[in-house]
Design a protein around this ligand. Structure first.
Ligand SMILES: N[C@@H](CCC(=O)N[C@@H](CS)C(=O)NCC(=O)O)C(=O)O
Length: 205
């Protein structure tokens, strides 16, 4: 498999899942700061101009972090990243959908206001709201999603990987982790996992 990624972006979640499942893969860096995601060559991989993209062993190109994580998890059932129980699986996906649809979008308002508004004053207004909206998302994740060590209590799952990357943006978005000791502990546990250490050694986080 081949993963197109950029450091510190949501694409790191896919890299962690590949490590968790010991899936053979190649990493292809995308220079997002230089706008490589908008190049003709990259748009052929992902017409949305975003990272990540995962190319499967048969050449299929997958986009959207949640879908990519599910694909990686399904290919390695022994890793246990997706619970067999349908209720637990739905709880896991509930957190993943929240990360994708709400918390990641809150974060994007920091520097990507041009997606939603033309007026620079509107961008500044959106940026000013980010510490508030990200703190609200952090409170929801800490108080209502984390059920002990992980989202599913004792069982580590794809939701933890997704949440880890999104929560790694909190400090940069003006939300100190000292205000969220539950998340701080979760981040410490994640950082101790060999998968996260491996991607850190490669400079992804
Ligand atoms: N819903 C997509 C969002 C992907 C996304 O927004 N990626 C960001 C990095 S975190 C990106 O590629 N940004 C580049 C840009 O906006 O030009 C997913 O979860 O895969």
């Amino acid at each position: 498999m081949r993963l197109w990624f950029a450091p510190r972006t949501i694409s790191v979640a896919a890299a962690i899942a590949l490590e968790e499942t010991r899936t053979d893969h190649e990493l292809v860096p995308v220079d997002v700061a230089a706008g490589e995601q908008h190049s003709d060559a990259y748009l052929k991989l992902n017409p949305k101009g975003r990272v990540p993209v995962l190319q499967t062993a048969d050449g299929t190109l997958l986009t959207e972090t949640g879908a990519i994580l599910e694909f990686i998890g399904a290919g390695a059932p022994d890793a246990g990243l997706v619970p067999a129980d349908p209720v637990a699986a739905a709880q896991m996906r509930s957190v993943m959908y929240y990360m994708a649809s709400t918390m990641h979008v809150n974060h994007a308002h920091n520097r990507r206001g041009h997606r939603w508004a033309k007026n620079p004053e509107s961008h500044a207004d959106m940026t000013a709201m980010v510490p508030e909206t990200m703190a609200a998302s952090a409170a929801y994740f800490q108080n209502d999603c984390l059920q002990g060590n992980w989202v599913l209590g004792d069982a580590f799952s794809l939701a933890d990987i997704y949440a880890f990357v999104v929560c790694s943006w909190l400090e940069g978005d003006g939300v100190p982790l000292t205000a969220f000791p539950g998340i701080a502990g979760f981040m410490d546990r994640m950082q101790m996992r060999p998968s996260v250490r491996a991607v850190a050694e490669k400079g992804l986080i």
